[in-house]
Ligand binder design. Structure first.
Ligand SMILES: Nc1ncnc2c1ncn2[C@@H]1O[C@H](COP(=O)(O)OP(=O)(O)OP(=O)(O)O)[C@@H](O)[C@H]1O
Length: 248
């Protein structure tokens, strides 16, 4: 692992019983970089992120921040937003954030206050998370991921359920995180977001990393005008789409 590597994943395999969801994926996320896993539904993006978090059994090598494989200690330096927000629904927003602070052994009240303000959650701090709207639950998950100023953020479809203003605020926060030397592993299937936010993209299809590079390079290599076209080429979906449309 070089000094510049924040996350190194080598020959990662994730299996669920008979099903192999991730089939030997390798990639590296560097300092100051947003690395995007882009892929269709079921491609293996979430499984890859779950492996990095140590939430699923895996084969291969994962090194987080040069500290070794996923472990509770390593995770203190990581912030996570999962596709389905990982929040304790029975707790109020305040209780949940304080609970996380005590587990991590760090709670910066000013930072939490500023994040709650930014995502307009202050009116809900004493509301049980179960009673929040989907968007507000997502915002709580985002605050939880950012409050301890981790060096590495793992963001799985983080813009799900967010309104336009919150999307902009989160994009800005991601930008600042990168500018201050942090790194982000980001997963999405929204091309526009991938193109605007990511330094490098790894396209995953059926558990395999089929291509990798900057958005510009991926378009160039596929001889495509848009990332969407390049993506559809990379996953060989163009023919399929044509025949589906012909059948309609
Ligand atoms: N717990 C599980 N048990 C069995 N199969 C699973 C499990 N979790 C995921 N899978 C399967 O593994 C494959 C990869 O799923 P994964 O959630 O990693 O994909 P994804 O790229 O994140 O998809 P999406 O964009 O739809 O969220 C899929 O075929 C999925 O059905």
């Amino acid at each position: 692992m070089s000094n510049n590597d924040v996350l190194k994943v080598e020959k990662l395999v994730v299996k669920y019983g008979e099903k192999t969801a991730v089939k030997g994926i390798s990639f590296t996320v560097n300092n100051g970089e947003v690395y995007c896993l882009l892929g269709p539904n079921g491609a293996g993006k979430t499984s890859t992120i779950k492996a990095v978090l140590g939430l699923v059994k895996y084969e291969g090598l994962i090194d987080v921040l040069g500290l070794g494989p996923p472990s509770p200690v390593v995770m203190n330096h990581v912030g996570v937003v999962m596709e389905t927000p990982a929040v304790l629904e029975a707790l109020t927003v305040k209780e949940f954030l304080e609970f996380l602070g005590s587990v991590r052994g760090t709670f910066n009240a000013r930072r939490v206050e500023a994040l709650l303000e930014a995502f307009e959650l202050k009116d809900y701090i004493n509301t049980p998370i179960a009673a929040l709207s989907a968007g507000n639950k997502q915002k709580v998950a985002i605050v939880a991921a950012l409050m301890h100023e981790p060096r590495l953020l793992l963001l799985d479809e983080p813009f799900n359920f967010l309104d336009v203003k919150s999307v902009r605020i989160l994009k800005e926060i991601m930008q600042r995180h990168i500018e201050s030397g942090g790194s982000i592993l980001f997963s999405t299937h929204i091309m526009e977001v991938a193109e605007r936010v990511c330094s490098r993209i790894g396209i995953i299809n059926d558990g395999v990393l089929v291509t990798e590079g900057t958005p510009g390079r991926i378009k160039e290599e596929a001889n495509a005008g848009t990332l969407e076209d390049a993506f559809l080429k990379a996953i060989h979906a163009e023919e399929e789409i044509r025949s589906i449309l012909e059948g309609l």
